[in-house]
Design a protein around this ligand. Sequence first.
Ligand code: COI
Length: 351
Amino acid sequence: MSYTFKITKVDQSAISKVDFDNIPFGKTFSDHMFVADYIDGQWTNLEIRPVAPIPTHPGNMAWHYGQAIFEGMKATRDAAGTALLFRPEMHAVRLNKSAVRMSMPEVPEDLFLQAIHTIVDMEKAWIPPQAGSALYIRPFMYATDETIGVKASDTYRFIIFVMPVGPYYTDPVKLLAQDKYVRAVVGGVGEAKTAGNYAASLLPSTMARKEGYHQVMWLDGVHKKFIQEVGTMNIFFVIGEEIITPNLDGAILAGITRDCMITLFKDKGYKVTERPITIDEVMEAGENGTLVEIFGTGTAAVVAPVSHLKYNDHVVTLDMEKRSISKWAYDTINGIRNRTIEDKFGWIVPA
Ligand code: COI
């Protein structure tokens, strides 16, 4: 089905004010956004309009009970300048999975895709040409009922706005594993891309930063020993000849970059395993010299090498000069995104 969007354009684009050689992540926004409202059981008021604050009533249920979900995707360009999307349909599916878990309405996949294509096509001048940069696309949905009673909202807003971004992590990442706080438990909402998961991570992350670490590496909530993810990214370990990433147990976000990596590693002939892995196994491999690399994967983080991992009083330090798998993974996914490497798996879609 094809949808009709009301389109209102800015009088003057803000693009000339942007220094594309120096874009901090998530602070510079393009001119237009897509907005839709869910009212009486259907998506309506489909509109593209200038990016601007949206007045919100203090009784808005999203503020109080946290029905808020989002996605993170990227658009890039090839050498000819064609704007490209990366696995957009997978993001539509994941958004709707989050919606179902948070008792929110799904966005029809064809509406999601048409809105993404339209906004990216309108804002394609904002896609940075610089290697490692991209147009980050943030689709999100939140409750809009104005009621102070705990129940699922009847109305929602779905917005897509976009922003040129540079790298999320500019340095190798230092991770802290701890067993005081947990991010998610099986049966909870860890698998959903919902705002509360990120809110829950903030206090422990702030504490980690005070110790000189960028992020917390989360352990499971029951045994406090099985590694889950990092919150901003999924996590991979290279131990000996094996590339290991925690299996999706229901508490871990099913990362789309994670899925790409597993596919690419298998295709290259690496031994890649999705399985439970404990912090003790990793620390021991760090001690006995078999831990070769640790890296995170995510849309924002792409492939981020880890230089330090601390757990209790032990710190494992990884030699950044020796890393080869994460470097290959980073170059390959970026090459596919810019069409300098063959897109064997059909992940690229012209916007
Ligand atoms: C993404 O990778 O797109 C995310 O949503 C993670 C966020 C911390 C930026």
